[in-house]
Write a protein that binds this ligand. Structure first.
Ligand code: SIN
Ligand code: FE2
Length: 211
């Protein structure tokens, strides 16, 4: 009998890195409703890189601190620089999803304090990079994909290392930590399309323990 992609089991990508297809599907509508509430307070914005380029991905955050970039560099801030107010609180559902996904991937007790919310419209991309603005690299990264499909590049510990290309779809979760924590990763330019829940966009939630 054919197996629905929805029921595909975890896929190990590397030591410390797991792809959990459909892990967030049961929560998709609740997650998106929470994203709407967050971005009503802390709207999506295109950050500037330290080199002065405008990022094609639009970003917001929730949690005790949020990732920001500007001419001064990459860092975590307790307050939204646009409003001067603290970032919206991390919804309990976000926290439990991230903790459960991390546990399924072999990282018990993951307690994120930051959730970066990325919005990709067709054409947006994220170049290969490492997540290294956090203080404790023993904590994993949990990445949740919603909306349009994307090609996620998952590389090695050095930029020129070969990359795996994962066709991430709505509801997929990827977790990387331990020996994989500093692996390079990125997202290829998004193709046009329409998702039944989200229209022409992809939303990615990236959970981290920043401090
Ligand atoms: C990120 O690396 O911050 C986001 C990755 C993604 O959008 O899948
Ligand atoms: Fe990243």
């Amino acid at each position: 009998m054919a197996t629905l992609a929805l029921f595909d089991g975890p896929r190990t990508l590397a030591d410390g890195a797991v792809w959990l297809p459909g892990f967030a599907l049961p929560d998709d509508r609740a997650l998106l409703a929470a994203v709407e509430q967050i971005v009503a307070i802390a709207p999506f914005r295109h950050l500037e890189t330290p080199g002065g380029l405008r990022m094609s991905v639009a970003m917001s955050n929730c949690g005790a601190c949020g990732w920001v970039s500007d001419r001064r560099g990459y860092r975590y801030e307790n307050r939204d620089p646009l409003s001067g107010k603290p970032w919206p609180a991390m919804p309990p559902l976000f926290r439990s999803l991230a903790t459960n996904a991390a546990a399924s991937a072999g990282f018990p007790d993951f307690a994120p304090d930051a959730c970066l919310i990325n919005r990709y419209l067709p054409g947006a991309k994220l170049s290969l990079h490492q997540d290294r603005d956090e203080q404790d690299f023993t904590q994993p990264i949990v990445s949740v994909s919603l909306g349009l499909p994307a090609t996620f590049q998952f590389g090695g510990l050095k930029r020129p290392d070969p990359v795996q290309r994962l066709p991430l779809i709505h509801g997929d979760v990827v977790v990387w930590g331990a020996a994989a924590r500093l692996r390079f990763h990125g997202v290829l330019a998004m193709k046009a399309g329409v998702h039944p829940l989200l229209g022409a966009q992809r939303i990615n939630l990236t959970f981290r323990r920043a401090r």
